[in-house]
Design a protein around this ligand. Sequence first.
Ligand SMILES: Cc1ncc(COP(=O)(O)O)c(C=O)c1O
Length: 359
Amino acid sequence: MLKYVSENIRRLVPYSQGKPIEELERDLGIKEAIKLASNENPLGASRRALEAVERYLNRLHRYPDGGGFYLRGAIARKWGVSPDAVVLGNGSNEIIELLIRTFMSPGDNAVVSENTFSVYRLIVTAANGNVTTVPMKAGRYQLEKMGEGISPKTRLVFISNPNNPTGTIVTASEVRDFMNNIPEDVLVVFDEAYAEYVTSGEYPSSIDYLREGRPVAILRTFSKIYGLAGLRIGYGLTPVEISEMLNRVRQPFNTNALAQAAALAALEDVEHVEKSRRVNQEGKGFLYKEFESMGIAYLPTEANFIYFQAGDDGKVLFDAMLKEGVIIRHIGGPNLRVTIGLPEENRRFTEALRKVLDK
Ligand SMILES: Cc1ncc(COP(=O)(O)O)c(C=O)c1O
């Protein structure tokens, strides 16, 4: 059968999953490892979301509401758009996949930046599309160059804003220039998985482009600040004619009932979001100071993780941190990423870092 697998798929490098934390602890003979590797909310989910899940348990024998009526309604009210503009996904990852499956035929092209969320490339390649990769400058997207990378074959442009893994943003004026200079028939995907953590006043309001009727898809997720990564739920906001197409492609029951119930309750728990933002802000300040006192280079972040460099070989440092029971992410070369955790987790991280770097 393998002869039928396309070259594109043969060449794919699978998304790196990592081992379950319990297995790592057993392998390394360590206890109470902490995971600062996947940009999850260290406070966990909102209590109200957990209660909504519990309340739902006696209905698990029923199929979920395939149309996501209540959740789409609540999201639509939050953004002031029609519920028909909202598409729910099994994580925002699924919306990325739906966009690619809907709009790209084999040989079509998508424009992405270097050093960004790897799933864009993975799914475009699996769909036998081609990826144009535009270099970054100082850890930031070069939107002008991404515009120049668009060809008649380009269907999608992916903008992770803030960008995973660098934590940088593209600004409102950069996006305005970009949008003014690209063809009308290219769909721009604003992946805003970390938007709730942004503090910069220059962050663009991508919803304005949707209101202007431009072909955009705005992706949001319940996996990050809402603390529901394990339930897999996210959504896309798009012009209605686009969401109607995505809804033809998606599976009828793509988001599960517990996820819908939890997300609905989480949306209403504004205090939990506020608290999560505050904890992140404080952790960020602490980690910046610690990095500076150790002489470690890092990029100021607009998200809940920090991109940093220590030494020449990030993998060696990653492995040494693992032995200390601190799981971070090696991005490549000297580059690493740490998720901002609870105060005690941030302290464990910096103590381990001082130890392995002998600082
Ligand atoms: C930029 C970006 N987009 C999307 C996602 C996927 O989130 P979800 O859990 O909603 O699929 C992530 C997760 O790490 C991310 O970093």
